[in-house]
Design a protein around this ligand. Sequence first.
Ligand SMILES: *Cc1c(COP(=O)(O)O)cnc(C)c1O
Length: 396
Amino acid sequence: MLNKLRLLTPGPTPLPEEVRLALSRDMIHHRKKDFKKLMASLQEQLGDLFGTSGPVLPLSCSGTGAMTATVYSLFAPGEKVLVVEGGKFGERWRKIAESRGLTVVCLPVPFGRAVDPGRVAAIINEDSSIAGILVQSCETSTGILHPVDEIARRTKGRNALLIVDGVSAVGISPLPMDELGLDCLLTGSQKGLMLPPGLSLLALSPGAWKKAESIRPGCFYFNLPDERKKLESNQTLFTTPVNLIFGLKASMDLLLAESLQRIYTKQWALTMLARQGAKALGLELFAPENFAWGLTSIMLPEGVDGVKLLEIAETEYGVCMAGGQDDLKGRLVRLGHMGWVDWSDVLAGLYALKYALGKVGGYSASRDFMEAAMSAYNCALETGPGIVPSCSRMRS
Ligand SMILES: *Cc1c(COP(=O)(O)O)cnc(C)c1O
């Protein structure tokens, strides 16, 4: 009761009031004219968000559903794909591909590092039978950005479709699909889009649509060519999660009223705030470069119980942050700053981190982290992230 709960996790994220109100509207029918009008008005906005002139399909599923729909619609059993595996979500691509009966060539990447695009290109050049490259833009489990722009440049014109999981990147860091030459871009509702979980969005390039049409879909529910046909009449194949579509309209209105460029700049500035703040606390950042714009991964000092620390941050300060997964469990704090989060939320997160750290026997520097963090934020807001969209290689 004393504290307001601040959800500073890399999804789900807090919801703006406009979105919450939109979600609470009474039901309308998903085959009638009001709904079709709403869907039609969303298509143009979603095209801007994805940077594509093609259709953007809503799917009723979490992000993993859209990943599954992609693999099952674009590749037939026995085909070969390259998976960039530098964390939990890369691993998820591999498991989905294996479940579809694909032959997986795995490119392992040390956790906390981005893939070297030269290595991806070398593998693709060597083996022309590879039909797809499965990669994340942001690998949320470690907090890095893979240079998908560079991968696109270096693998252009090859046989392999470039499939990008942008769940923790779309609406957070620039990823203009057509300009970069991505063959598939997908996202989920609960991250940069400031919505509850349960809705995914997906777009394909003309080449990827051609491939999808040449393949017998792997499952009944996810049939992307049929979904696209249905979308021409502003509907989805099955019952749409109508409230999430109301919410999506509200969130798109908010994002586009601000301009995406300014949203990206804000995300960049929040990243600078979090990184400088953590450094001023004397903590080490897990991703020294190629870092994500929607979360910051912070290493905990040796001997500190990270699970306990997160519990204290939540119960005593009302700040809910994420930890590391698998080998990184207890070793890492992932401070989320995507979606409906601003500077004061991130400062609250750093404050909770500093004092919770003290309570589990960790040390943090006494330097004024707030001043350091805020001056980094203000400076970043002013200067912006520099060259976009290729800003994934910037350092702080
Ligand atoms: C959150 C996330 C997903 C989707 O996870 P769901 O729980 O299925 O919504 C997929 N990829 C990345 C990179 C993510 O961050």
